[in-house]
Design a protein around this ligand. Structure first.
Ligand code: 6MZ
Length: 364
């Protein structure tokens, strides 16, 4: 392993934006495929390799450059892939294996604190209920802890915007129950799903209710262009963190008023470079909005989004940010250290700061 690779792998890291089913690795997909050979699913259908995009007919097409900036790309590419993965992950046994594998993989990559998020799913054919879904993820977190895996894990219950306002309200109720019954393992609520579907105003009552009962809110905002109205509205709640925020700033069709709102509340951004480039909402790494917010000194946390689907890991994302924006190892250390203050687990922050102090290299 090259010296730089080793530095980023050993760098203690905080992962705050990881969708469970988007984080399933190649080796776990192989185990799932072996469990369900009748589905005829190949790995090419569950991941987007570099230099590839997906079309609506689900065939992978090689392409040399990223030059199309359409809102359709992201829905055509990623959301077809999630449908395939969901077919593979449809029992409690699958969820347990997937969640444990994902947690172990993040730990092996040097992640010391992980916030996983996932949309509770009911599967008629296997009898899995939404409640059992969440219980199984919690069980996976507890088993990893008992096995001594060196990582702290917390869970955000996800609201998929495609399922509408009523389901969102039910999901908040479920999240609240689990927040109270898991001794703080469930810490918040995520709003995600295809950003081209529905409008955030429909989710305001559910999000307000979540906030009022003590759940932290991480909302996908302005992931595609033309979501400025929605972002204005949702930023008034205000959320505790923002996922992506790709089109918030004026240079890309957002507005100063949106930026001011984010700044006023000092709301951290979860930034996912490879996901945005492969999802084609950002034209190249050097055009990524990380630079805009980082230069402003705004809390910005590098995350993976869907490490399985986008064939990446958090070390690679840190290394990419450093090489793209010419940042030093010391800069990257500071970035990973500051991410601790953006977690939804205030009870762990002191312990994490201590860990970073112990692991800090004497020389960069
Ligand atoms: C919005 C995303 C996403 O919940 O089944 N998801 N939502 N934007 C993205 N950017 C690429 N990536 C993943 O994980 C898969 C689900 O996470 C959300 C989608 O709702 C997707 O179906 P879970 O664990």
């Amino acid at each position: 392993m090259e010296e730089a690779d080793l530095f980023y792998r050993q760098l203690p890291k905080v992962e705050l934006h990881a969708h469970l089913n988007g984080s399933v690795s190649f080796s776990t997909i192989e185990k799932l495929v072996a469990r369900k050979p009748h589905l005829n699913i190949e790995h090419g259908m569950t991941a987007i390799r570099s230099g590839q995009r997906r079309t609506l007919d689900e065939s992978a097409v090689d392409y040399p450059e990223f030059h199309t900036l359409t809102t359709e790309c992201i829905s055509q590419m990623c959301f077809q892939v999630f449908k395939v993965i969901h077919q593979l992950v449809d029992t409690e046994e699958d969820i347990l294996m997937v969640a444990k594998d994902v947690i172990r993989e993040f730990a092996a990559d040097g992640v010391k604190y992980l916030e996983l998020r996932s949309t509770p799913r009911k599967e008629k054919t296997t009898g899995m209920t939404k409640r059992r879904y969440v219980e199984t993820v919690i069980e996976a977190i507890r088993q990893c802890k008992n096995e001594g895996v060196d990582i702290e894990v917390r869970f955000l219950v996800a609201v998929d915007r495609r399922n509408g306002a009523e389901v969102a309200m039910e999901t908040v109720k479920l999240a609240e129950d689990f927040m109270l019954s898991t001794g703080g393992l469930v810490v918040g609520l995520d709003l995600s799903g295809d950003p081209t579907v529905g409008h955030g105003r429909d989710f305001l009552p559910a999000l307000q209710k979540a906030k009022n009962c003590g759940l932290k809110l991480s909302l996908h905002l302005s992931e595609v262009p033309s979501q400025a109205d929605e972002s204005e509205l949702l930023l008034n709640i205000p959320p505790d963190r923002i996922g992506h925020g790709t089109f918030l700033h004026p240079e890309v069709g957002g507005s100063q008023s949106l930026v001011d709102k984010v700044r006023k509340h000092n709301t951290p951004l979860e930034l996912c470079l490879t996901s945005n480039v492969k999802g084609q909402t950002v034209s190249s790494y050097s055009q990524h909005h990380f630079l805009y917010w980082y230069q402003m000194g705004h809390p910005s946390v590098i995350c993976t989004d869907d490490k399985g689907v986008f064939c990446t890991d958090l070390s690679q994302e840190y290394q990419l940010a450093a090489s793209t924006f010419n940042l030093s190892q010391e800069d990257m250390w500071t970035l990973s250290h500051k991410a601790i203050d953006c977690t939804f687990a205030p009870d762990l922050q002191q312990q994490l700061h201590q860990k970073w102090l112990e692991l800090q290299p004497t020389l960069f």
